[in-house]
Design a protein around this ligand. Structure first.
Ligand SMILES: NC(=O)c1ccc[n+]([C@@H]2O[C@H](COP(=O)([O-])OP(=O)(O)OC[C@H]3O[C@@H](n4cnc5c(N)ncnc54)[C@H](O)[C@@H]3O)[C@@H](O)[C@H]2O)c1
Length: 486
């Protein structure tokens, strides 16, 4: 049986130099009680619960990962719960610029720093009865987290315009990073993140959890092993915008108490506050994200890259086919609907269109097809869906090979677990920075293509559009460096 590397084809990855061991400070974990109190007493907000730590067997401090979660909204709060459910993780600090409010994806649920702190402290208080309670610190300034020597890893679960800055600073500070998808806001972001992660020998896992789903893996294994014949076309769909903005003529709003708007904007342009620019809806403004092309494309196109075996490269041609845009003067600036085409050097064409359902990735070959949607797997011939691979077939990486039922919470937990295992082992995670960068780049190429609306040549090695300065300029955006806490 050929065992593939977790991120690539079956060849051994030549750049698999193990990053350096995790922070030695984990061994000094017990000293943190005093540190915690000192930091919390300064500029950290939210008092830590002063309860002595008790060290028990397999969860001895030297074996634990001290982790901080940055961003506690729609995704960050559930992400924090996944980390809390891992016995060898100690969530020691939380960070959000929003103390508490509604307005997240579930518009009525209150999220932010304080609700998350309550969940975490309740979790550990329940454990206290079994003798292992730890305090949790809270802050609105992620730099306080990066300064702490006792923190091994951070989860970056903030809007996309912060991913690069926080990842680069975290890598420089010696932290391992779980960074949400889409990994980047721009192609240049990804290049800089790779440099920082590799220079500092950090572990970075991209939060594209669908590849940890057993059915996605089966679909990609069918394609990689030729069960649908020669792969010709990959059709991906992304959903339509699920939120509305106030439309042209929107008026600035007063910044709510407990929301550090300057720190939310960070490296993005300085503009007046409106709630529909920030919480959850940032996805639909090009200053912070790339619309459903990056939001949902980061899943659908990630699967396409995996099945096609092109995870560390990209297409050679991109073409915008159609797009509709919000009216001039709207707060939302990303495409309402879009359609674009990419072509790879192996001749495979990838088409991405905004059509419900949530998302789908369909591989079409000369002898059949396989389609993954969030509802499940369909194949032609039907027998492929339950086919057992032959002993010599290519096997793709499975973070939890025993998991066959694809409940969302389960494979998400497996994806996170893979990150934690790699923090300890210093092996490459399932979706390292290079792979997350290439998936996000595909989405950015799509956005560039629908803006330019013509056929563009792309050099995936040099990561540039040969002889097209206007398109090349769209690979990056200015980042403000004068951001500070409000
Ligand atoms: N893997 C998935 O399936 C999945 C699902 C949802 C979201 N995401 C990703 O997670 C990220 C966050 O999305 P969301 O839906 O949770 O957004 P959200 O707006 O609901 O939450 C983001 C949180 O980050 C906070 N924040 C913003 N700037 C900050 C800063 N400088 N420091 C600390 N906190 C800051 C906000 O106040 C907010 O509470 C996005 O990149 C998104 O694509 C991934």
């Amino acid at each position: 049986m050929a065992i593939c590397s977790r991120d690539q084809s079956c060849s051994q990855s030549p750049d698999r130099t193990p990053p350096k061991p995790p922070n030695a400070s984990r061994r000094g974990f017990l000293k943190r009680v005093a540190t915690t109190a000192a930091v919390a007493g300064s500029s950290m907000i939210g008092a830590p619960l002063i309860v002595p730590r008790t060290v028990l067997g397999a969860n001895a401090p030297s074996n634990r990962i001290n982790l901080a979660v940055i961003g506690l909204g729609t995704r960050g709060l559930p992400d924090m719960k996944v980390f809390l459910n891992n016995e060898d993780v100690q969530v020691v600090a939380l960070c959000d610029v929003n103390r508490a409010s509604a307005g997240y994806r579930d518009e009525t649920t209150v999220m932010g720093l304080e609700p998350a702190l309550k969940v975490a402290t309740d979790h550990y208080a329940a454990r206290q009865r079994s003798g292992s309670f730890q305090g949790v610190d809270a802050t609105g300034d992620f730099r306080e987290i990066l300064e702490r020597k006792d923190i091994d890893a951070v989860a970056v679960v903030v809007p996309d315009h912060w991913h690069a800055v926080m990842t680069i600073m975290a890598a420089e500070a010696g932290k391992d990073i779980f960074c949400q998808k889409p990994l980047t806001l721009t192609i240049q972001d990804g290049q800089e993140m790779i440099r920082a992660v590799r220079k500092n020998r950090r572990i970075l896992q991209t939060g594209s959890q669908w590849r940890s789903n057993a059915r996605v893996r089966h679909a990609c294994e069918l394609v990689r092993n030729g069960y649908i014949g020669q792969l010709q076309t990959i059709r991906t769909t992304i959903s339509l915008n699920n939120k509305k903005d106030p439309g042209p003529g929107w008026q600035p709003m007063p910044v709510p108490a407990g929301f550090d708007y300057p720190m939310w904007l960070g490296p993005a342009p300085k503009v007046p506050y409106h709630i529909d620019r920030c919480i959850y809806k940032f996805r639909f403004n090009l200053d912070y994200s790339g619309g459903q092309i990056t939001n949902i494309g980061a899943h659908a196109l990630d699967i396409a890259q995996w099945g096609n075996g092109t995870e560390r490269t990209g297409p050679v041609e991109v073409e915008g086919l159609a797009a509709t845009w919000p009216p001039e003067g709207s707060l939302f600036t990303t495409a309402l609907t879009s359609s674009f085409r990419l072509k790879y050097a192996n001749g495979v064409e990838l088409i991405c269109e905004s059509i419900p359902p949530f998302f789908s990735t369909r591989f079409e070959g000369t002898e059949g097809w396989v389609e993954f949607t969030s509802k499940g797997l369909k194949t032609s011939p039907e027998s492929l869906a339950t086919l057992t691979l032959k002993p010599n077939d290519i096997r793709l990486f499975a973070p939890n090979p025993s998991r066959t039922v694809a409940k969302p919470g389960d494979f998400y937990a497996d994806h996170v677990r893979n990150f934690l295992d790699c923090v300890k082992s210093r092996e490459e995670p399932f979706e390292p920075v290079e792979v997350g960068h290439r998936t996000a780049s595909l989405c950015h190429l799509g956005n560039i293509a629908i803006k330019r609306m013509k056929r563009l040549t792309w050099d995936p090695e040099a990561e540039q559009f040969p002889g097209d300065p206007a398109a090349n300029a769209m690979r990056s955006r200015p980042r403000r460096t004068d951001w500070k806490a409000g």
